[in-house]
Design a protein around this ligand. Structure first.
Ligand code: PEP
Length: 251
């Protein structure tokens, strides 16, 4: 049985004060959500304070990025996976399309970050997804399988326990345009097949695959009803405690 994960990506929003206020408001609203892992990803500067305020709650923390470097050193502006673990986060989002698009993140960088995250005992939420032009050209599966093999090669069987894949079609992120549950299911089933071929059937069946792209309280149940959708990575609708709680409590 795969335990669903509902993760909120707060992107570059909220001061420390605003992050704490949202996290504290969320806490009672999701306190009974035992059916899924609840994760929020505030900005780096708010992680430690939010982690302290959430201690003992069922809400887990993610960072939104980490360095490819594993050792401390002269890398201005970078943060290691171990430093993220040190402030109390258990997850890190890697390879988000905004990082690929605006910060030239490549599959090689994604792979190094994934390895850094695993080495620091973090769970990596690895994002993949095609652009609208790629979907229209009929190469969506090719793009996604390339991102999976480029970003996740060289992992051992035990490393795979630390991997969650988020399928986020770029055309659905922040656009209000959600993939239909059927479109999402089709790609999720494909990702699971790629994993079965690249690793094993057991690893594929255990892999959690989240859907991301304009997830809202109104569409989460339809998405979660699909057999290969194991949760959501939520951007805009995770910024307010009430709407994120409605998504978490989709059952
Ligand atoms: C995201 O940032 O990962 C995301 C899916 O954003 P949104 O839900 O706003 O489309």
């Amino acid at each position: 049985m795969r335990k669903p994960v509902i993760a909120g990506n707060w992107k570059m929003y909220k001061t420390v004060g605003d992050s704490v206020a949202t996290a504290v408001a969320l806490k009672p609203l999701v306190a009974n959500a035992n059916h899924c892992e609840v994760v929020i990803a505030p900005v780096f500067t708010a992680l430690k304070t939010v982690a302290d305020r959430l201690e003992g709650s069922n809400i887990k923390l993610a960072a939104q990025n980490c360095s490819t470097e594993t050792a401390e050193g002269a890398h201005t502006g970078e943060i290691t996976a171990a430093m993220i673990r040190d402030v109390g986060a258990g997850y890190v989002i890697i390879g988000h399309s905004e990082r690929r698009q605006f910060y030239s993140e490549t599959d090689t960088m994604v792979r190094r970050k994934v390895q850094a995250a695993i080495g620091a005992d973090l769970t990596a939420i690895v994002c993949v997804g095609e652009s609208l032009a790629q979907r229209d050209q009929g190469i969506a599966e090719q793009v996604v399988s390339g991102q999976l093999s480029g970003g996740l090669s060289g992992l051992t069987v035990s490393d795979l326990d630390r991997i969650i894949v988020a399928y986020e079609p770029v055309w659905a992120i922040g656009t209000g345009r959600t993939a239909t549950p059927e479109q999402a299911q089709e790609m999720h089933a494909f990702i699971r097949r790629v994993f079965a071929e690249g690793h094993s059937e057991n690893a594929a069946q255990a892999l959690r695959i989240l859907y991301g792209g304009s997830v809202k309280p109104e569409n989460i149940s339809g998405l979660m009803a699909q057999p290969d959708i194991d949760g959501g990575l939520v951007g805009g609708a995770s910024l307010a405690a009430e709407s994120f709680a409605q998504i978490v409590n989709y059952k």
